[in-house]
Ligand binder design. Structure first.
Ligand SMILES: Cc1cc2nc3c(=O)[nH]c(=O)nc-3n(C[C@H](O)[C@H](O)[C@H](O)COP(=O)(O)OP(=O)(O)OC[C@H]3O[C@@H](n4cnc5c(N)ncnc54)[C@H](O)[C@@H]3O)c2cc1C
Length: 304
């Protein structure tokens, strides 16, 4: 259960309240406010607050360009220009605050993005819930043979069942011991800050995460990418849907230039030019390593 009945009642109460404001608001974001979007088996993402819209970005850019922006008069053209030329500071004028519930091993990847403000649930102060991420059977995959940092085909039959059983029973046993250690029933009870150390990395934690749009795009480019681990990618994909409703012009430019775009090396551009001129370029004649060539061919998608 991503949210309890009490939490849902609190969300309903927050959503029933409205305020008048002179600040810019975005109908798509107002619709998202406070709602918990489920992710994985017990996780969620919900928008707690946001500041700015597409206009805040163009407004900031026009302050910096002044009369120079006359040539790019419409907002979409200006936003696409900014994204294309890595003029990133206008995107920092927008901010978003999210409440995220996520497994601890996902949080460890997420927290590497240092350009955000974070406030996490304290397991020193409060007792963690008995909620563990257990992958769906189709996500319980074998180690990839081509990528040390990835997964291959789903485990099958008895092996899949055995792994699922261990994940469930190990989580339960660890939590039983956690509860027993902190219990003050007939004993002193171990401090919560110590008892938590036997809990596995698939237990859920929660945090508030506030970030500006430029750094959020950086996070999304890395974590909504097909090479990101599935368990963080599903959060990034949900956030992409939210951002699309918040700043549709900026998201459109991001989707085109960053998510859908690709960076070519100098050698890559040279090879592409030779190919377009009709030359049969191979990895051996490209000057690229095997890995570079594989990635280059993945981008240009020309049969060799
Ligand atoms: C597919 C994938 C695999 C990964 N594998 C590993 C791994 O095996 N091991 C591992 O340790 N990490 C790994 N990472 C994490 C990765 O190295 C980065 O830490 C993470 O993606 C955050 O990126 P960032 O530093 O650009 O983001 P942020 O921390 O949000 O920073 C954004 C940008 O701000 C600037 N910046 C922020 N802080 C500083 C600073 N202190 N000094 C200078 N510039 C700064 C940099 O330009 C940075 O790019 C992996 C990430 C991905 C996406």
């Amino acid at each position: 259960m991503p949210v309890t009945a009490d939490q849902q009642a609190e969300i309903d109460e927050q959503r029933a309240e409205t305020h008048t404001t002179r600040r810019a608001t975005v109908p798509g974001m107002e619709a998202h406010l406070y709602t918990a979007h489920p992710v994985l088996d017990h996780g969620f993402v919900r928008v707690i607050d946001y500041m700015g819209d597409d206009s805040a970005i163009t407004q900031a850019a026009r302050v910096s360009y002044g009369r120079g922006t006359k040539a790019v008069s419409n907002d979409e053209g200006l936003i696409r220009y900014l994204m294309r030329h890595w003029h990133s500071t206008p995107f920092e004028m927008c901010e978003i605050k999210l409440h995220v519930k996520l497994p601890v091993f996902v949080a460890r990847q997420w927290i590497r993005h240092r350009t955000a403000n974070v406030n996490e649930y304290s397991a020193r102060y409060s007792i963690l819930d008995r909620e563990f991420y257990i992958p769906a059977p189709e996500d319980l995959a074998a180690q990839s043979v081509v990528n040390n940092q990835g997964r291959g085909e789903a485990l099958q039959g008895e092996e899949a069942q055995r792994v699922l059983d261990w994940l469930r029973s190990d989580s339960d046993t660890a939590y039983d011991h956690y509860e027993a250690m902190i219990s003050q029933d007939g004993q002193q009870g171990l401090a919560r800050e110590l008892a938590r150390m036997n809990l596995p990395a698939n237990i859920y934690t929660q945090w508030y995460w506030k970030v500006d749009l430029h750094n959020l795009f950086h996070f999304l480019r890395l974590r909504a990418d097909a090479h990101a681990q599935m368990e963080i990618r599903v959060y990034a994909e949900k956030i992409c849907e939210i951002v699309k409703d918040w700043v549709p012009l900026s998201y459109g430019a991001f989707e085109d230039y960053r998510l859908g775009g690709a960076q070519l090396s100098g050698k890559g551009i040279e090879c592409l030019r030779r190919m377009l001129a009709g030359e049969d370029v191979t990895q051996e004649t490209s000057g690229m390593s095997k890995g570079e060539w594989r990635e280059f061919m993945g981008v240009v998608k020309i049969a060799s």
